[in-house]
Design a protein around this ligand. Structure first.
Ligand SMILES: Nc1ncnc2c1ncn2[C@@H]1O[C@H](COP(=O)(O)OP(=O)(O)OP(=O)(O)O)[C@@H](O)[C@H]1O
Length: 286
């Protein structure tokens, strides 16, 4: 996770170069009931405290940006929420469920799905099949065998395929539905990754650096797409991203971390103005 001059300028001045705060679509205020609640989360690796009593909340249908310099603890936090890591202390509750009491494989059944910075697609499977595979954990335990054509599961496959086609339509992927993921442009693969994540109709989408590797115009399109998908399908999102234009442009609420701690928590404008945030980024470049 790297950050650049544009990131620093955005943090320090509060505005992405060339754009006013209004044109970035910043939303003010928080609405809706709390769905994700994280408190006093502690995660250590030997002598390194990756998460040092982290706490914040995310409301229903809210996009929450999670920012911080390299090593701040963002990935560790994602890994605790998805139960890849087991934190030493603290609480993670989603929609009333204590996530820390669950096994890793149970997370998706509670409506939590993650996208990956480097994509988690099967290169030889088609775009359609990559999307269908995303439904595996929630719709039927027999879905992956059905990809092999086993007769008992064909009806389930048809139902999921209908959902997949709807998503491919929404994400403008129907033209490449039967194309293997390998060889498609990176921007297209990012949309496939979104289709794969959305087919299980998540309540909470964890987006891990979705703008990584995209061009400037692709990032703008991605931002609008995420907002549109949130409005169409209704989910909360936690967005880990170094591209400040994207974070500040589409987040309803931003949490900033540094050295495993929550150093700011508020609207995009409030977090951009927070001296501790500027210090966290500038301090690392000194
Ligand atoms: N599996 C691990 N083993 C040892 N240390 C780890 C492990 N995972 C994370 N860390 C350490 O925990 C701290 C937080 O790292 P983390 O990857 O969560 O930060 P980050 O904010 O995601 O950084 P980046 O933006 O560079 O990805 C760092 O000091 C890192 O070296």
């Amino acid at each position: 996770m790297g950050y650049n001059l544009v990131t620093l300028l955005t943090i320090v001045t509060g505005v992405t170069p060339g754009k006013s705060a209004r044109s970035q679509g910043i939303r003010a205020g928080r609405e809706g009931r709390t769905v994700l609640e994280i408190s006093d989360l502690v995660m250590r690796f030997g002598g390194v405290t990756a998460l040092d009593r982290v706490g914040f909340t995310v409301a229903d249908n809210e996009i929450c940006g999670l920012i911080g310099p390299n090593g701040a603890g963002k990935t560790s936090l994602f890994n605790c929420i998805t139960r890849i890591y087991r934190p030493e202390e603290g609480m993670v509750r989603f929609d009333g469920t204590d996530l820390l009491s669950l096994q890793r494989h149970q997370i998706v059944r509670h409506g939590i799905v993650r996208t990956f910075q480097n994509l988690a697609l099967f290169p030889t499977l088609s775009v359609l099949d990559n999307t269908v595979v995303g439904a595996h954990s929630t719709s039927t335990p027999h879905l992956v065998p059905s990809l092999l054509g086993w007769p008992t599961t064909r009806a389930a496959r048809r139902r999921v395929e209908a959902d997949a086609w709807e998503l491919l339509e929404r994400l403008e992927l129907t033209d490449v539905a039967f194309h293997p993921a390998a060889g498609l442009p990176f921007g297209t693969l990012k949309r496939v990754e979104l289709a794969r994540a959305l087919i299980s109709r998540p309540s909470l989408l964890l987006l891990d650096e979705p703008a990584g590797g995209l061009t400037h115009s692709e990032v703008n399109e991605l931002g609008q797409l995420i907002l549109g998908l949130r409005d169409d399908y209704g989910f909360s999102a936690l967005l880990v991203e170094h591209h400040m234009g994207l974070v500040m442009g589409i987040s309803d609420h931003v949490v900033a971390m540094d050295f495993g701690r929550t150093i700011a928590d508020g609207s995009p404008a409030e977090v951009q103005r927070d001296p501790a945030v500027a210090e966290a980024y500038l301090g690392r470049t000194a």
